[in-house]
Design a binder for this molecule. Structure first.
Ligand code: G4P
Length: 533
């Protein structure tokens, strides 16, 4: 195998600081162990004294963002959007992708700001729905993924079955990097194919090898039937799976797999090593008229998330900007390409959990928070003056579609303004039916609706409620044949809406009807994502 290892002493270039950035996210289904792993990674890197410290005082976890709770604790709203820490001469930026009920478009969009992702899978459950969705978003941008199969200290599916399932459901090639010796009560350590050694359950090396067969000469291992079974399945996996190749990984087409346990700290150091050694440097950012290379001298960045700072009186908001190029310094004037306006960025911030500090300098790959009063929206590009627009910041087809009910009809205008502002901010998507005058909102998570109602009431003084519309699926529609698209829209008039940019959206009662429409209209493309304008 052609692994590159830290043990061999990877030279870390010193000339350009951006090359030392690793900006990543952890994707998983709730309960797979993301919070636990985050804590362990921070502890392993020495960023926190002991695992558990990122949990809040009340016993709640501050690595998990809970909008409603934060709303009560005004001022610490942005707690855990980014965690920046040092490891082995690198600066790692870990971006939070909230799960659970606070799952929202932000969760998806955060993935547009990372260069790599760790996919955590529960060994007993395999691929679950939210992992699949998040993975699909990563695939849109070919984000390289390291697979961490968690909870190996418990009974779970067999390693080969897990690998089969992941390859099948995700259509992603895998390659073993760290293989478990037994599982659950039988767990007896692991084989590290990168450093070519065998470790006991505590992570202590007990044997080294050149070729796996060498291990058959180690009496202590051969006497252990669990080891022999592990070796056999590993040989099968290697025969069946491609070898690791750094370039293929970095192109997002091959994922190294590590089996471990976040709770017990097993394989966490190796995961960090994989991220440091293989995780790509900041990648070029798709943009128009041309992509932005991270080594370009001029500063550029884009807003991937806007978080209201809960202070309704001031309408203070933090825009999270991923830097794409140049060296940003505090006080710099940047142009918002969308509005054409310049702004002096005097209070940019870095975050670590609950703490924030002024960002004096930042480079490509870094995330800075810029306080503003609504001038920055999701998808905006900031530059030193150049007219470049970062592309690929999508809206996602909503999974919850509701009609907005206004209880006070004198306030229609304010409601329209509120919905339009908040859709610009990325809190919701707004649609207008082509027939009738309904205002429709679409979100991907229930909590997004609650946040929306609460903000419209508090910030705009308009009480609203939501009611079901009888639609569960929304798809943007396109066709190479404009006449066919017109025919489709005419035929489906009662099921059609427009998004805020005027693009046509097909609404279906459920996925069966959506599939049916797809079959009936083969020349129409039904899209689950649409770039923001
Ligand atoms: P999440 O952020 O992905 O939702 O998962 P979280 O880390 O909260 O973990 C979910 C549950 O799984 C927690 O148990 C956690 O302790 C457990 N867990 C995480 N990693 C491992 C592991 O490697 N092995 C085992 N056996 N369990 C693991 P809980 O009982 O729900 O919460 P808690 O009371 O322990 O906090």
């Amino acid at each position: 195998m052609t692994f590159t290892t830290a043990a061999e002493g990877l030279p870390r270039p010193t000339a350009e600081p951006f090359r030392l950035r690793r900006t990543f996210a952890i994707i998983s289904h709730p309960d797979a162990g993301k919070t636990t792993l985050t804590e362990r990674l921070l502890a392993a890197a020495g960023a926190i004294q002991q695992a558990g410290m990122v949990r809040g005082k009340s016993g709640t976890r501050s690595t998990r963002s809970d909008w409603m709770e934060m709303e009560q604790q005004r001022g610490i709203s942005i707690t855990s959007s980014v965690m920046t820490f040092e490891y082995d001469g690198l600066t790692l930026n870990l971006l939070d992708t909230p799960g659970h009920s606070d799952f929202s478009e932000d969760t998806y969009r955060t993935l547009t700001a990372v260069d790599a992702a760790i996919m955590v899978i529960d060994a007993a459950k395999g691929i679950e729905s939210q992992t699949l969705k998040l993975f699909e978003v990563c695939r849109l941008r070919d984000i390289p993924i390291i697979t961490f199969i968690n909870k190996i200290d418990r009974e779970g599916l067999a390693p080969l079955d897990l690998i089969d399932e992941i390859q099948d459901k995700l259509a992603l090639d895998l390659t073993p990097a760290l293989w478990p010796i037994g599982q659950g009560v039988d767990f007896g350590g692991y084989i590290d194919l990168v450093e070519k050694r065998v470790l006991n359950p505590l992570g202590k090396p007990i044997a080294e090898f050149e070729a796996l067969d060498d291990l058959l000469d180690v009496q202590e291992l051969v006497d252990n039937p669990t080891f022999l079974t592990a070796l056999e399945t590993l040989e099968m996996a290697r025969a069946m799976l491609p070898e690791f190749d750094l370039e293929t990984f970095q192109q997002g087409h091959l994922s190294p797999v590590l089996f471990g346990s976040a709770l017990k700290g097993i394989s966490v150091a190796e995961l960090l090593r994989a991220l440091g050694d293989w995780g790509p440097e900041p990648r070029p950012q798709p943009a128009l008229p041309s992509p932005i290379a991270p080594d370009e001298k001029k500063v550029s960045g884009f807003v991937f998330k806007v978080q209201a700072n809960m202070d309704a009186n001031h309408r203070d908001r933090i825009a999270f900007v991923r830097l794409c190029s140049g060296t940003f310094t505090r006080g710099m004037r940047l142009k918002n390409v969308r509005s054409g306006k310049d702004m002096a960025v005097s209070n940019p911030m870095f975050f670590f959990g609950n703490n924030r500090e002024l960002a004096e300098e930042a480079v490509a790959g870094d995330i800075v928070g810029i306080p503003n009063h609504g001038t920055l929206s999701v998808g905006d590009t900031l530059t030193e003056g150049a007219n470049i627009n970062v592309t690929g910041i999508p809206n996602f087809a909503p999974e919850i579609i509701r009609r907005v009910r206004l209880t006070d009809h004198m306030k229609t205008k304010q409601m329209a303004k509120a919905l339009s502002d908040l859709s610009e901010e990325g809190v919701t998507q707004v649609f207008r039916r082509m027939m009738g005058s309904d205002w429709i909102v679409g979100v991907v998570g229930q909590l997004q609706l609650e946040v929306l109602a609460s903000r419209v009431a508090k910030e705009y003084g308009v009480p609203i409620a939501f009611e079901p519309l009888g639609f569960e699926v929304a798809r943007w529609v396109e066709s190479d044949d404009p006449e066919e698209l017109k025919r489709f829209i005419a035929a489906q008039k009662t099921n059609m809406a427009e998004d805020r940019a005027g693009a046509p959206v097909f609404l279906a009662q459920n996925s069966w009807w959506a599939d049916r429409a797809k079959q009936d209209w083969p020349k129409i493309r039904f899209l689950t994502t649409k770039e923001r304008h």
